[in-house]
Ligand binder design. Structure first.
Ligand SMILES: *[C@@H]1O[C@H](CO)[C@@H](O)[C@H](O)[C@H]1NC(C)=O
Ligand SMILES: *[C@@H]1O[C@H](CO)[C@@H](O)[C@H](O)[C@H]1NC(C)=O
Ligand SMILES: *[C@@H]1O[C@H](CO)[C@@H](O)[C@H](O)[C@H]1NC(C)=O
Length: 369
């Protein structure tokens, strides 16, 4: 990789940041690029390097405050304007939002980090759900409205199903109901990538982590996760754990889950799909998604996807339960208090490519609100 390409691209990635942020931003990206050679160690070292610099840390704190608030305001505004304006205006607006999202993504992809460009793996192909009749590809990301999208994809294949919400979550995740790109030949895969309507959904990376934590570690029914991950996390990160906790793995604290995520030796090279990076799951630098939806603007983005895919008249997205809408983002601040500012920053740095690709702002740091 030549230095010229890198510095040019890094400048573009951070062009939208204020002048004072450019140095810090470029430093982080340059460090990321440099350190990806030793992938696992890389994340760890970028995190600790930034964490050790107190001045920069304070700077990130204050940047985080206003930017995250700005995001929320933008989301709310977008939501309310959808009600009052006509459909035409709405669609023009949606197109502009999509253009902006794709530009932000392309800027990061243009940096050409090694992670961003390898060929699609079997795992990634397995995340792309295919609908040949409607010529659609949906890359599912767990904890980002994925159960409902799978229900919609099942309903599209089985018109006899009355409503997508009638499909149980368990059935929605049954792999045999929904074919993925994995089962196609290389030519057939390429054809579909070139010609089908492709979409994916993302959300604030830390909100997704918290949602994964709550679902997998605090719900009594997720025994598989308790056994596979909980027992390991507790015995590694808890001082004097009780025998019960070590054996059952069913009372992992958020703080311990974060320690696990921040320790490459604990989780190994491949993260579970519920907390793996968006770019690993959906390969957005290689696959040019027609629509990048966000959980923060779910209603609008769902409608836009269904319209663009030409299926708005045959399927409706399941209505969201009223209270689920904001609870995770409110809870997040409380949970972040539990883990402390340095860990929040390291977590942010671990997911920095997801933050940059999908233009999410820094988290609210404990003690700085
Ligand atoms: C990123 O999001 C901010 C709002 O949080 C917005 O002002 C900015 O234009 C976005 N950047 C890109 C490249 O879309
Ligand atoms: C990304 O790189 C391509 C090819 O060099 C260029 O055409 C495009 O404008 C770049 N995109 C952004 C957003 O910088
Ligand atoms: C936990 O298990 C160990 C070994 O099986 C035993 O020695 C110890 O007494 C147990 N502790 C408690 C609190 O039950």
């Amino acid at each position: 990789m030549q230095g010229g390409v890198l510095s040019h691209a890094s400048r573009q990635v951070f062009a939208t940041m204020r002048a004072s942020r450019i140095f810090l931003g470029a430093t982080v990206v340059v460090s990321v690029v440099f350190l990806t050679v030793t992938y696992l160690e890389g994340w760890f070292r970028v995190s600790s390097a930034v964490t050790r610099a107190p001045a920069r840390t304070r700077f990130l704190f204050s940047a985080g405050l206003d930017r995250r608030t700005a995001d929320r305001a933008q989301g709310t505004q977008a939501g309310t304007s959808a009600g009052s304006a006509g459909r035409r205006v709405q669609e023009d607006n949606a197109e502009k939002i999509q253009r902006d999202r794709k530009t932000a993504l392309e800027r990061v992809c243009n940096v050409s980090l090694p992670e961003l460009v390898p060929p699609l793996s079997t795992r990634q192909l397995g995340h792309l759900i295919v609908d040949d009749e409607h010529k659609m590809l949906y890359c599912f990301v767990p904890k980002v409205a994925c159960t409902n999208w799978k229900r919609v994809m099942i309903k599209l294949r089985h018109p006899d199903i009355d409503k997508p919400q009638d499909i149980s979550p368990r059935d929605a995740h049954e792999t045999y109901f929904l074919p993925t790109l994995k089962r196609y030949s290389p030519e057939a895969i390429q054809y579909r990538l070139d010609n089908y309507f492709k979409f994916m959904f993302v959300r604030d990376p830390l909100e997704r982590l918290l949602s994964a934590y709550i679902n997998k570690f605090t719900m009594p029914y997720n025994l598989k996760f308790h056994r596979l991950y909980g027992t390991k996390i507790i015995s590694r990160f808890r001082e004097n754990p009780s025998n019960d906790s070590v054996q059952r793995g069913d009372d992992v604290m958020f703080k311990e889950f974060v320690q696990y995520l921040l320790d490459p030796q604990a989780h190994g090279p491949q993260l579970n799909e519920h907390w793996d990076h968006y770019f690993n799951l959906c390969h957005p630098c290689r696959i040019h998604y027609d629509v990048i939806g966000k959980y923060e603007t779910l209603d609008q983005d769902v409608n836009y996807v269904l319209q663009r895919a030409g299926v708005a008249n045959i399927v409706q997205f399941p209505p969201k339960p009223k209270k689920a809408q904001t609870s995770t983002s409110q809870l997040l601040d409380e949970y972040l208090d539990e883990i402390g500012p340095k860990e929040v920053l390291r977590l942010h740095n671990m997911y920095i490519l997801d933050y940059l690709m999908f233009n999410y702002s820094l988290p609210n740091f404990p003690g700085e609100r």
